[in-house]
Design a protein around this ligand. Sequence first.
Ligand code: BDR
Ligand code: CA
Length: 319
Amino acid sequence: MKKIILDCDPGHDDMMAIMLAASNPEIDLLGVTTVAGNQTGAKTFENARKILTLIGKKDLATGKEIPLARGADVPLFKPLTVAPQIHGSSGLDGAELPAPDVDALEIDAVDFIIKTLNESNEKITLVPTGPLTNIAMAFLKAPAIKNKVKEIVLMGGAVYDSNITPAAEFNIYVDPEAAKIVFDSGLPVTMIGLDVTNKSLMTFPVIEDMIGWNGPASKIVGPLMKFFAQANKDNFGIDGAPVHDALAVARVIDPSVVECEFLNVDIETASELTRGQTLADLYKVTGKEPNVDVALKVNVDRFLELLLGAIRTLDEKLK
Ligand code: BDR
Ligand code: CA
């Protein structure tokens, strides 16, 4: 089984990442940590509480309760940017989730990440699906924990695409200094960026079909995905819900779901115009050593098989 910590800012696609991680037999979800991004820190944390409540609070593969820790409310240096145009004013608009019945750990996300890595006798995979603030802070506070990190499989960045400015993807744009710390960490990093996630669509007919399952998970997830798909259609002309963050979890479950190229990737932190751009050296013009596995192709059928399988599993288990 693959041990992971999921650091997220829920967010519709973060919710799908949590659901996939919690229900897939390959994944031991050691904890969920939250960060400000799609919405304020208070809202993304509240959404995570509701999502964990909806799925019965446990990792299905291990039967263990999933610890939840709240993290950074602001990026390292920049003021926070949120994304209500995509995720609504709650950060998870489109359906009513159950009242939260999950409490945060007493320690915060950064200390939880440090403690979990320190106490583990196996290396752990970090899966960040929001701005990289918590992960960067953990590396700054306790650099030795890097020895316990197996790899970092993150959703963020893009080579040919963008969404928050003409140059940048949202997660990297929000906290570019944190992203630089993570990309330059020397650890194995896989970048699951918009080049692949904007193709990883749950289309409107697929969403309608899921709504028709009418199970305990699907009857809530369906309308949420419909809201998210419509927001993506209105803002970007994308014909469906790009389930960005869940693709990072899918990559951990089945590495063949994406194909990567090992490239040097640097993060723009100085320019306001191109802040948060992920500069991938496709043609090796910089002479810098490659540091990131960059996802450039995706097997969408395999991704949807995993994702829809997760919702079906939850429908069954929550009955
Ligand atoms: C990323 O930004 C957020 O809006 C999504 O949750 C995803 O992590 C896509 O750019
Ligand atoms: Ca996210």
